[in-house]
Design a protein around this ligand. Sequence first.
Ligand code: CA
Length: 457
Amino acid sequence: MKLNKLLFPVLASGMLLSVSCEKDNFSTVQEEAVVSKDQFSFVPNEVLVKFKDGKTGTKARSNALSLIQGVVVETIQTSAMKSANRDEVLLVNSKLGTLDAIAQLKKLAEVEYAEPNFIYNHDATSNDPSYTNGTLWGMYGDATTPSNQYGSQAGEAWAAGNTGSGTVYIGIIDEGYMYTHEDLAANAGTNPGEIAGNGVDDDGNGYVDDVNGWDFDGDDSSVFDGVDDDHGTHVAGTIGGVGNNGTGIAGVSWNVKLLSGKFLGRRGGTLANAIKAVDYFTDLKQRHGINLVATSNSWGGGGFSQGLFDAIERANQAGILFIAAAGNETNNNDANLSYPGSYTNDNIIAVASITNSGGLSSFSNYGATSVDIGAPGSGIYSSVPVRSKGQIISGYATYSGTSMATPHVSGGAALYASSHPGATAAEIKNAIMSSAVPTASLNGKCVTGGRLNVSGF
Ligand code: CA
């Protein structure tokens, strides 16, 4: 059952996304199966390999490649890897096929790890027509008008004077987002080291004209490519929709700077690109000294990846929280680990979804030790791009999923960081965890046993 949900997640609009097993999607397909025995999808014939220190440019490497009849597709050495350990990771195409190649590589002493190039999908589920007139219940608290005690209580923080700060950055690792949207444009962050459109990598981070972020899926600077970037745009609106402008929606943090690490395309995103997106933000923070407090990650899939774990750990060392969707399979993540939320890095906050009456959403994953907190995720109204008369214009829609719960927490991290300048990632995480309101439906279902409450931020 889980196979279908991983391979065929249903977007809120009802369209199918991320079908990863159509052979003609990939030019070098030789494998029939792109699903492992653990039922994770991955790019056929591709393997991500890391050799132990000092083994990368050597005879051992060429022997390993010939053993699996492999050719190097890409040598990945992000700036964040370079400044960490001068690590590099090889993306290899093997004629043996992914699983056989990994089995061979794991026998070699010089190989640190070898893993499939997993394909990830976003964690939205279906929309609910009864919500399409939309109320922003996820922003309410028990002391707001209108009120809803199960909302994030952001309205109470706003009333107390905290509406966020334009000096705080959040990285959105997802689809791209519509940074020109009427309710997002004022909060669209830019890379302070990059000059738009001059065709030069001004800041030397390896990406030319990465002004609003980078599109790792398309390998270009265009992080908004149309109505298929609706999921990323919806997430962006919940984090940082412009508040008090008489238009559309308001995000948890009315003022914030959003940057895009687009790696989910129409058919999902790969492990190789996820690593690059995580490292992109780690490097951007270190390179420019911007106050990038968290990345928001509403996606999942794949099995354990040492490569992704290492990238999240580099973010941890750089003081960046990794806020992740728990997933939508109604799964106990303690018993059946769900990545990336189930990685053990200290900077992860894994988020379950609740309804506007305080229940655990029917689709939401949970886990007493592997999920941290619940947040509004059912019937969430936010920004999307829509097509109208041949143009892409600003619109709004109601989606559900742990994808929608996660950006409430990301927005909360931004709110806390704005009122507590210099707060460390650990302090922000502790504030989020310790302010959770005990909630019956979450009792024994997550670490805090409670729901997001940003009223005191
Ligand atoms: Ca650049």
